[in-house]
Design a protein around this ligand. Structure first.
Ligand code: CO
Ligand code: CO
Length: 344
């Protein structure tokens, strides 16, 4: 669902979450439920149709994506349940390979698959309901970015564009561009969360980049922080090989258009939160709205530690980690995003 439609649905939903004493999060894509002063459960779920052809790889990507919100909040994974919808005539070996991919990825995360539920549906879908643990005093929040912070992104953008190219048979799964996209989707945000969470002074705010694209998720961070705006510098933003060329040919997933319409205020609920400098090309604008599957973390960190953190992230295997922008004091309204070609 696009961000505008989702907001309309959730607007009238009555859950009682606002004044529940144990629930430390609002309505979000993951929940934190406090058990005692030192322990909270973090619970999240995600599932979607295949993004690649190979069933084992699809299962592993879906699992990495579903676990991402646990890492985006600074937690660790305990166990997970499968959520699956499979066509009745789909080869049992294919279904088994999807589940095996998911199970192996959960084990890599230090957790275990403990069961699940499968229904029949013409279009296959797979994902997980994930249970993790978190220290309630060391939660990464979306709000909390401060003027002067630098913004670190841990994975390259362009996954939505490249999986769309695969779907339209413009690229094959063994092309270098798709291989890079798949490697990034398969990479857990575990190490990134460990590096950023090692010391509670290192990080002011964080989120993971998924369906709403870099600017959609960044705008949630900026709006939940106080009195700030975010600046992004296009020439610093890591991009998967081939993504620019394909985006320039309008090989874009449907979600990119929905994200753009919402953030540029072209829908009923649109916030007009993003302003592009004149030198930011239309292709780059599309890429910043591109929905990511199992995308990286975006973190607002004090400027003094940013370069050191990027080096540590890269040493831990997040090779694309980069400083991509900064947090400034809001001029008028909080939560605005400015995008320019480079840092001026
Ligand atoms: Co999510
Ligand atoms: Co998230």
């Amino acid at each position: 669902m696009g961000p505008g439609d989702l907001m309309q649905v959730l607007h009238h939903l009555k859950t009682g979450h606002e004044d529940h004493p144990a629930l430390l999060t609002g309505l979000d894509d993951a929940a934190i439920y406090q058990i005692n002063p030192h322990q909270a459960i973090v619970q999240t779920l995600d599932f979607f149709p295949p993004v690649v052809d190979d069933p084992y790889t699809f299962g592993a990507i879906a699992a990495a994506n579903a676990m991402s919100d646990v890492y985006a909040m600074g937690g660790r994974v305990l166990f997970a349940l499968n959520i699956a919808a499979m066509p009745p005539d789909l080869d049992k070996e294919v279904i088994a390979a999807i589940f095996q991919g998911g199970a192996d990825k959960v084990r890599e995360a230090g957790g275990v698959i403990a069961g699940g539920h499968t229904v029949t549906d013409p279009e296959p879908k797979y994902g997980l309901s994930v249970t993790g643990m978190i220290d309630p005093n060391r939660i990464f929040r979306k709000g909390g970015a401060q003027p002067g912070d630098l913004l670190i992104l841990t994975k390259p953008l362009g996954v939505g564009v490249l999986t769309t190219a695969l779907k339209r048979q413009l690229r094959t799964e063994d092309s270098p561009a798709l291989k890079a996209a798949i490697a990034n989707m398969l990479r857990l945000n575990l190490e990134a969360a460990r590096v950023l969470g090692r010391d509670s002074t290192l990080i002011h705010a964080a989120t993971d980049i998924t369906g709403f694209g870099l600017l959609g998720h960044a705008s949630e961070m900026a709006q939940q922080s106080e009195g700030v705006a975010f600046e992004f510098w296009v020439d610093r933003i890591p991009l998967l090989p081939g993504a620019f060329e394909l985006a320039a040919q309008d090989v874009l997933p449907g979600g990119a258009g929905r994200n753009r319409a919402f953030l540029l205020g072209e829908t009923a609920n649109g916030g007009r939160v993003v302003t592009f400098a004149e030198d930011v090309s239309d292709t780059w604008q599309s890429l910043l709205f591109d929905p990511q599957t199992s995308g990286g973390l975006l973190a607002a960190v004090p400027a003094a530690v940013a370069l050191g953190l990027v080096a540590e992230l890269q040493a831990a295997g997040d090779l694309w980690a980069a400083i991509v922008g900064r947090v400034v004091a809001a001029q008028r309204q909080t939560g605005m995003i400015y995008v320019s070609e480079d840092a001026k």
